[in-house]
Design a protein around this ligand. Sequence first.
Ligand SMILES: Cc1cc2nc3c(=O)[nH]c(=O)nc-3n(C[C@H](O)[C@H](O)[C@H](O)COP(=O)(O)OP(=O)(O)OC[C@H]3O[C@@H](n4cnc5c(N)ncnc54)[C@H](O)[C@@H]3O)c2cc1C
Length: 409
Amino acid sequence: MDYDWSAADLAFRDEVRAFLDDKLTPDLRRAGHLATSVYPDHHASMKWQHILHERGWAAPAWPVEYGGCDWSLTQHYIFGRELMQAGAPALSPMGIRMVAPAIVAFGTAEQKAYYLPRILTGEVFFCQGYSEPESGSDLASLTMAAVEDGEDFVCTGSKIWTTHATEANWIFCLVRTSRTGKKQEGITFLLIEMTSPGIEVRPLVMTSGEQVQNQVFFDNVRVPKTNVLGRIDDGWTVAKYLLVHERGGALSPMLQVMAQEVATAAAEQAGPDGNPLIDDAIFAAKLAEARIRTEVLEILEYRTLSMMAQGKNPGPASSMLKILATELSQRITELALEAAGPRGRVYQPHATMPGGPIAEFQPPADGYRSGQEWQAVAPLRYFNDRAGSIYAGSNEIQRNILAKAALGL
Ligand SMILES: Cc1cc2nc3c(=O)[nH]c(=O)nc-3n(C[C@H](O)[C@H](O)[C@H](O)COP(=O)(O)OP(=O)(O)OC[C@H]3O[C@@H](n4cnc5c(N)ncnc54)[C@H](O)[C@@H]3O)c2cc1C
């Protein structure tokens, strides 16, 4: 589609492109290209964050006084789009995109001065401790206990599905500080250092065979009360604010890149009749449908952007965009798996047999990368992408929100 950008927007786009040409090295592009989920290789992601930080672009959406950029919404969109199209590795969202805006909105002056600059440099790396084994969609039912003891809280309980808990040195947690009143009341938002005595992280191996998520156990962990973000017993207010930031952002550029990668792969891979798969009428129709839907999503993202630029509330748009983007992403990773053909086999480094013990990875004799790299990545993306309709608020929950807010049901 054509974009009706202003001359200033086009100049900005060219500035971003020149920066990317200069700084996005082949190894960083490769890390972005071979990302098996929304999380690319951690070290590449941090390296890229440092480069962006040097340019002042690691957290453009933050207020300028804390290191953000004085950009229009359109410039933010262009920036995100150019990064994705160039194949830059994504930055971990838990610090920059999620807890930092909450610290800006609810933090004390000391908290802002401590955390924000360190999140930018990567010295402080957060993971998100919301979900518990018995509390996911119904998050307010969470039970991890934080009991006041002098100047501290003493925390006991468990968080689950915690992405990057093995890399993080801080975790932001929702904890139960009171059991009276409505379940949304009595929740407190705590910032906890991962090196605190009494914390244990146990990795979880996902269907893809990868280990990015974890379960975190807290056994009488002392946390100073100065680490409360917002007010004691009012963490639900902070939690809701943060979730809006978790679900925001334009995803159509990423989907366009993914669809183009599938098209390129399908041109190299033989289809059922021996000709390139891309020439197979059924496959071509499925890919075309996914690309058309991606364009529709992009138009909806523009509409939302335009409403926000005019200061209007886009309403439940983030729920609608989340459903459309994750379902499309799942569709495109299915097509990628089809394009990978017989080489796109499941690579499960840790699994030995279904339900069996987890063994150390022994590389297969032919190296798992027989075939091409993207063929090894396709099944991992396929499996990891199934989680897209679950995390950040499942798609059923988003549909419930739409039913209420958009349809008035
Ligand atoms: C890859 C991945 C990464 C994650 N990372 C993190 C993280 O870093 N930190 C963190 O805190 N959490 C994380 N999560 C957890 C995620 O937020 C939860 O999985 C999610 O909120 C759903 O909760 P649940 O898994 O307990 O499922 P449940 O809430 O038990 O839901 C099970 C099923 O029932 C459906 N359902 C539930 N309630 C309703 C309803 N009212 N109406 C209709 N359908 C309903 C759901 O849609 C789902 O299909 C991650 C999850 C995944 C898969």
